[in-house]
Write a protein that binds this ligand. Structure first.
Ligand code: AMP
Ligand code: ZN
Length: 489
């Protein structure tokens, strides 16, 4: 770690030199999905941005504790209305238990992220698994006078918070007077003292099925509180990095700052990172407007927007070509261009893996090139600049293949391991040929299993048919003591 890492901090609005609280260690919390429906491609972009940041931190030598939660309770479509609980609504729609909804979409979320080669976080806590912690935090805020009870619900008192010299609005740069002026009229008969007050705990109406006991009656926790409860539990009252999509900055993250400061007297987060949005047709991708595509629809080609299917690694390459703080518009043309770029990159890596050096001199300064790549990586995780540098090397590699450039054996080895590191480890791209081979292997294992079952059932006609038809395709099955294996011709 000989290079300073600079990170754009939403709190200061500036790039700052990153200094972790504990040397060589990083605590990072990223708001996870609300698992009441399938994640769309926009959601994937945000999680991928933080996957890249996590990978980059690892590559730079930090030991990262990466916490990303699952929101499986308490995220209302409208903070004021209990009937708008997303899980309860969806469970009525699908005629399933709320926890069946949670399970179904958590499984989908993991499958999608795995498809795009996102690494799992080191801890993945759920809101429902931390109800006690949320009740304790609510009690603490009541004891300190930052919250009040109203009709069995508990609200955070924003005016009280500000009256103690604290500043609700410091992260999102909103002015509390303006916030009040804009919303006062809408909030006549509310049980809150002020419209900006937010729920820490909500009383459950009789029809509300997701409910837990609390000192204030049966209810469920507020969305903002769950992230404070889980980040505090696993990363401490103060930690290094908190991330999420740009749209979470207000009110969600603003509320987290207020809860943390009110509870513990310290700012909970040193560096706030916000990932920018994915757009399609120049409009933000979102379920509610219908302007969205599901990740698997893009990968399978089963959609009306793209002319062909795209491998997950090409989607990933397309996302990595934009900086995480820039808006990215996804389009057919951009995906086709990414596909071309990606295959050039893969071709260069394959040249590197087989090239043998017979040269005494190098015509490429690998160390200088590495410095430029590291500079991009440490300049607020600038993936598009990093990729531009990778393509400098790609052009060089093709000229080297033609004998127009040279590298010594040592430099060749160095370039190879750096390219592999940046492409596979840091950018998280995958070799399509390799992943197609893995798919073929998995598919053949399925056929071998079916054949074994057919043999057991004495259905020799079917088992022979499987063997013979595979042979027609050049795949020979061999039965041995350890089971069946295959060879490809
Ligand atoms: P949600 O499940 O609604 O809480 O969203 C999960 C994550 O996806 C949040 O961090 C959002 O900020 C993010 N997100 C939502 N829409 C988009 C989009 N169009 N582009 C990028 N990220 C998004
Ligand atoms: Zn959160």
């Amino acid at each position: 770690m000989n290079r300073e890492l600079r990170i754009y901090n939403s709190l200061s609005g500036e790039k700052e030199i990153f200094t972790p609280l504990h040397e060589h260690n990083v605590g990072m919390y990223v708001c996870g999905p609300t698992v009441y429906s399938n994640v769309h491609l926009g959601n994937v972009r945000t999680f991928m941005s933080f996957d890249f940041i996590y990978r980059a931190l690892n590559y730079l030598g930090y030991k990262v504790r990466y916490v990303r939660n699952i929101t499986d309770a308490g995220h209302l479509t409208d903070d004021g209305d209990v009937d708008n609980d997303r899980f309860v609504k969806q469970s009525r729609l699908e005629k399933l238990e709320p926890m069946e909804i949670v399970q179904k979409y958590t499984v989908d979320f993991h499958k999608v992220l795995d498809t795009f080669n996102l690494l799992p976080p080191t801890i993945e806590p759920t809101a429902t698994g931390h109800i006690l912690e949320q009740i304790e935090l609510t009690q603490k805020l009541l004891d300190k006078g930052f919250a009040y009870v109203s009709n069995g619900s508990v609200y955070f008192d924003v005016l009280e918070y500000n009256s103690r010299g604290l500043n609700y609005g410091e992260l999102s740069k909103r002015n509390i007077e303006e916030l009040f002026a804009n919303t006062r009229d809408l909030d006549g008969q509310n049980e809150k003292k002020n419209p900006q007050d937010f729920a820490l705990w909500k009383a459950a109406s009789p029809a509300h099925i997701m409910r837990w006991n609390s000192p204030w009656g049966e209810g469920f926790p507020g969305w903002h509180l769950e992230c404070t409860a889980m980040s505090t539990k696993y990363l401490g009252e103060r930690f290094d990095i908190h991330g999420g999509g740009m749209d979470l900055k207000f009110p969600h993250h603003e509320c987290e700052v207020a809860q943390g400061k009110a509870c513990n007297g310290v700012a909970p987060v040193n560096y706030w990172l916000h990932a920018n949005m994915l757009t399609m047709n120049a409009q933000r991708m979102s379920k509610s407007t219908g302007n969205y595509i599901l990740p698997m629809e893009l990968v399978s080609g089963n959609n009306d927007f793209f002319e062909k299917p795209f491998h997950p690694s090409i989607v990933r390459f397309n996302f990595m070509q934009a900086h995480y703080r820039s808006v990215l518009d996804i389009s057919n043309e951009a995906m086709v261009a990414s596909e071309k770029g990606f295959s050039r990159l893969m071709e260069a890596l394959s040249v590197l893996s087989t090239h043998v050096s017979v040269d005494e001199h190098s015509t490429f300064d690998v160390n200088q090139w590495k410095d430029k790549c590291m500079e991009a990586l440490t300049d607020d995780f600038n993936s598009p600049i990093l990729i531009a540098h990778l393509f400098e090397a790609v052009n060089f590699i093709f000229r080297m293949r033609e004998g127009k450039e040279s590298l010594t054996t040592a430099d060749l080895g160095n370039l190879k391991s750096l390219m592999n590191g940046f492409v596979y480890e840091v950018l998280g791209l995958q070799n399509i040929e390799q992943s197609n081979n893995d798919k073929l292997d998995e598919t053949l294992q399925v056929l071998i299993d079916l054949r074994t079952q057919a043999k057991k059932a004495k259905n020799f006609e079917l088992s022979d048919q499987i063997r013979d038809r595979l042979l027609e395709k050049g795949i020979q099955l061999k039965d041995g003591r350890e089971g069946t294996t295959y060879t490809l011709s």
